[in-house]
Each structure stands twice: as structure tokens, then as C-alpha cells.
Design a protein around this ligand. Structure first.
Ligand code: HEM
Ligand code: HEM
Length: 174
């Protein structure tokens, strides 16, 4: 008989899902910002037209509140999962990327100010989150295969795990 797909709490799936969509968008839009504004690191053969700093800033502005809730959830409710080093690394990468992003000022790159400390931190965090998420996804696949990975994307919600229960879950320490 096939093993059932593990049930993941709906609040975790929601926060994790939005994070897992927005982080790649931030990653890609950040790459374009880097290519357009900072030729020291990366020279693409073309510059991509568009207000990419604004686009990236918008993705970041959507990401940070969700990331904040996700971090609170992961530390309070999902602490047991953080014993998996790859999960903890993904969380740390997220905190560093979002934290350093909040220290960025949108005019720095437009005006060629490429030597601010938060900018260097943001670039280091960008590389760290890349490695951490690759490690995290490999670890998930190694431990439970595609079925385990897909458990984060399933839509079924149990009766006792609906939005009405989210506030209590967040406030409960495990
Ligand atoms: C996964 C990678 C990345 C994440 C998660 C991320 C996240 C963020 C966040 C949360 C903000 C703050 C937005 C706000 O003010 O609310 C931000 C700002 C910013 N980031 Fe990133 N970032 C990433 C990669 C990059 C890269 C590679 C660059 C390239 C240079 C970059 C350049 C910037 C700039 C210029 C800002 C200021 C934009 C603004 O305030 O409008 N980011 N980022
Ligand atoms: C930006 C990308 C991602 C970040 C920042 C991230 C972060 C995390 C974190 C911090 C946890 C632990 C949650 C807790 O302690 O409650 C977790 C769990 C998990 N993530 Fe991700 N994740 C990302 C992408 C993905 C992707 C793409 C998949 C699917 C392939 C995935 C599948 C899972 C699974 C199955 C778990 C449960 C692991 C366990 O029980 O040990 N994640 N993720």
C-alpha cells in the first residue's frame, strides 16, 4: 500500500508557500538589479529594461511581513523541524536576506553608491540563501522524496486546522 502524504499544518503551508514563491522572485529580480547597476560583479551581455529596483523593492515589501510571521511560526511552533540543519539554514538565509534588504536604500544603486555595508551584507545573504535553499530542498527530497516535498503544496485542510485556529497555534509554544 502507498504511504500516505504527511499532513502539514495549514498555517505552515500558507506561510511557507508564499515565502517559497516570493524568494525566487526576489532572487531573480535581484539578479537583474545587480546586472543593471553593478558591473563589478556581473556583466550580462544586455541590460534588461524596466524599473527593476522598484520591482525588486515591491517583491521585498511583500516578502518581509510574511517572512516575519514564518520566522515566528518556525521558532515557536515548528521548532522540532529546525533540528534538521538544512531547515535551520533555510530559515537563517531568509532572515539574513530579508534583514539586510530592509537596511538597503533604494537610491544607492541608482546613484552608483556601491560600497555601503548593508549592500555587501545583502549580496552575501543572497549567496547564502541560494546555497541554503538548495541544501534544504535536497535534504527534503533525500528524506522523503517527491511525496514529502509535495506535502507542502497539498490543499486539503483538516477541520481542526482552519484559519480560526491559526492565532492559537502561533501563540502556543511547542
Ligand atoms: C533571495 C534574494 C533576495 C531577497 C530575499 C531580497 C529581499 C529584499 C528585501 C526584503 C528588501 C526590502 C524591501 C522593503 O524595503 O520593504 C530588499 C531591498 C533591496 N534589495 Fe534585495 N533581496 C534579494 C536579493 C537582492 C540582490 C541580488 C540585489 C542586487 C543588487 C538586491 C538589491 C536590493 C535593493 C537595491 C533593495 C532596495 C529596494 C527598495 O528599497 O526599493 N537584492 N531586498
Ligand atoms: C525559499 C525557499 C524556502 C525556504 C526559505 C524554506 C524554509 C523552510 C523552513 C524554515 C522550514 C522549517 C519550518 C518549521 O520549522 O516549521 C521548511 C520546511 C519544509 N520545507 Fe521549505 N523552504 C523553502 C522552499 C521549499 C521548497 C521549494 C520545498 C519543496 C521542494 C520545501 C519543502 C519543505 C518541506 C517538505 C518541509 C518540512 C520539512 C520537515 O518536516 O523537516 N521547501 N522550509
Amino acid at each position: 500500500m502507498a504511504r500516505p502524504i504527511p499532513y502539514q499544518p495549514s498555517l505552515l503551508r500558507l506561510l511557507h508557500g508564499i515565502t517559497a514563491i516570493l524568494v525566487p522572485l526576489a532572487w531573480l529580480s535581484g539578479l537583474v538589479v545587480l546586472a543593471n547597476h553593478d558591473g563589478r560583479w556581473l556583466r550580462l551581455p544586455l541590460t534588461v529594461p524596466g524599473e527593476w529596483i522598484d520591482i525588486h523593492g515591491t517583491v521585498g515589501a511583500l516578502l518581509w511581513p510574511v517572512a516575519l510571521l514564518f520566522v515566528v511560526y518556525a521558532i515557536r511552533v515548528g521548532r522540532v523541524r529546525l533540528r534538521q540543519a538544512a531547515n535551520a539554514a533555510a530559515l537563517l538565509g531568509l532572515v539574513l536576506a530579508v534583514g539586510s534588504g530592509k537596511l538597503m536604500q533604494e537610491d544607492w544603486l541608482r546613484t552608483g553608491q556601491l560600497d555601503h555595508l548593508p549592500y555587501h551584507l545583502h549580496l552575501v545573504a543572497w549567496m547564502l540563501i541560494t546555497g541554503a535553499v538548495i541544501w534544504h530542498v535536497c535534504s527534503v527530497l533525500r528524506r522523503g522524496g517527491v511525496r514529502f516535498a509535495a506535502s507542502m503544496g497539498q490543499l486539503h485542510v483538516r477541520d481542526n486546522d482552519g484559519p480560526r485556529h491559526w492565532a492559537t497555534q502561533l501563540l502556543q509554544r511547542r
